[in-house]
Design a protein around this ligand. Sequence first.
Ligand SMILES: Nc1ncnc2c1ncn2[C@@H]1O[C@H](COP(=O)(O)OP(=O)(O)OP(=O)(O)O)[C@@H](O)[C@H]1O
Ligand SMILES: [Mg+2]
Length: 464
Amino acid sequence: MPEDTNGLEEPCRKIMEPMQTTKNQMDAVGFDFGTTNSSVAFLNDASEVKLASFCSLGAQVESSRSVLYLEPFRTADGHRRTHAFTGPAAIERYLQAEEKGRLIQSLKSHLSSRSLTGTEVFGRRYKLEDLIARMLGDLRKHTATQSEKPIRYAMVGRPVRFVGADTPEDDDFAVVRLREAFAIAGFERVDFELEPIAAACAYESTLDHDELILIGDFGGGTSDFSLLRVGPGVLRRGRTPQDLLGNSGVGLAGDAFDARIIRKLVSPALGSDSEARSLNKLLPAVPAWIYANLERWHYLSFLRTNNAREILKSARIRALEPKKIEALIALIEEDLGYQLHQAVQQVKFELSRSDTAEFCFRDSSPVHPVIDLRIPVTRMEFEAWIADDLQAIENSIEQLLNTAGIHPRAVDRVFLTGGSSFVPAVRRIFETRFGKDRIRSGNEFTSVAHGLALRAAEALREIS
Ligand SMILES: Nc1ncnc2c1ncn2[C@@H]1O[C@H](COP(=O)(O)OP(=O)(O)OP(=O)(O)O)[C@@H](O)[C@H]1O
Ligand SMILES: [Mg+2]
């Protein structure tokens, strides 16, 4: 088992893993490696599902942010090495650091991309699988200390359609890479289950009768749907392939909504619609590709190059609204991508609760901030910005029902889960089609891991 992943070292004392107790004993977990949050569930000795808990900002939570923070350091003999922090520790370390290292998130979204094999950090190239493995390995060890058993086998969730996957081959490619990351992280055996089916298993465990259900799992990267028959009767007689009527999915969810907020709300305040005088013509002050990098906040650090700096310096001199360009420059130079992302999340969360919200974002200067944005926004505006995404989601559900030949009236219940299922416009798609009284929701951040643990136990029974 690797002590560290390709030079990404553990920053502090290594976690002591429990020793193997029984020969041939396989301890299984349900592992939901999410685009934004990851959860791991295991069965205790009484066969109850338990979720690994994590300490985040002083509170115990049942999911861990899928983030990696890389920080360079020098060994006593002068060699350059990289410390890797994961989950809540990554965020804490990033926020404390005077000299910022690289904070990386949404790595799952790159798994289907054949052109993205890895990234260069502090002069060394890392494979995507190694970066992901670093997070998986920490989660495995952390869970092992709580379940008090070594963990060698995982039932891992996968989306129906990975972000950026155009064909089933792209999805297969993503699964191969994810499997490789789990192997690097020290898992001896891994099986995959579709995330919405896992959520269905969690929902099924609450039922006292059989139902035909539609599951909608809306995460950070993907929206996934499954139509299936579940319940105690199905479990008693044994699941058959006919119980699964179909799956569908689209590679967009919460991250795509965040990108829309940046494009429609934040970028204009930082000059994306502003013009600059060039000879006697008016032209866009800053090229669009600079703003495209803002939409993926962790790409912001890629804008700290000489080329981008030259473009922005000249734009500030010629722009009709130089203050907006100054704010854009401050955002990039102060490396405030994470803080910007947090502010975007805040306004999005608020719009899930209220009809109106205020987007607030300022730099760290207490007296004369260069960035000081306070922009009111309504839920209606937000819904107009994400209209194309909502349409894509609706089309995916329509396609699932049509392919399965199921009329919406035949669906007994709709179970909505995943963090983006809190978005009222997402819920409305189902309320309009199925009626409010048929909708159930809950355990938004843990139902997939819970269901995966149940599937893992089923799979182990089949193996032995
Ligand atoms: N109250 C809320 N309103 C709107 N969006 C929310 C809310 N709470 C969380 N989210 C969004 O939910 C997403 C994270 O959900 P979740 O943890 O289910 O995703 P994930 O499992 O990591 O991603 P995926 O399943 O796509 O791999 C983020 O985009 C987050 O901004
Ligand atoms: Mg998820």
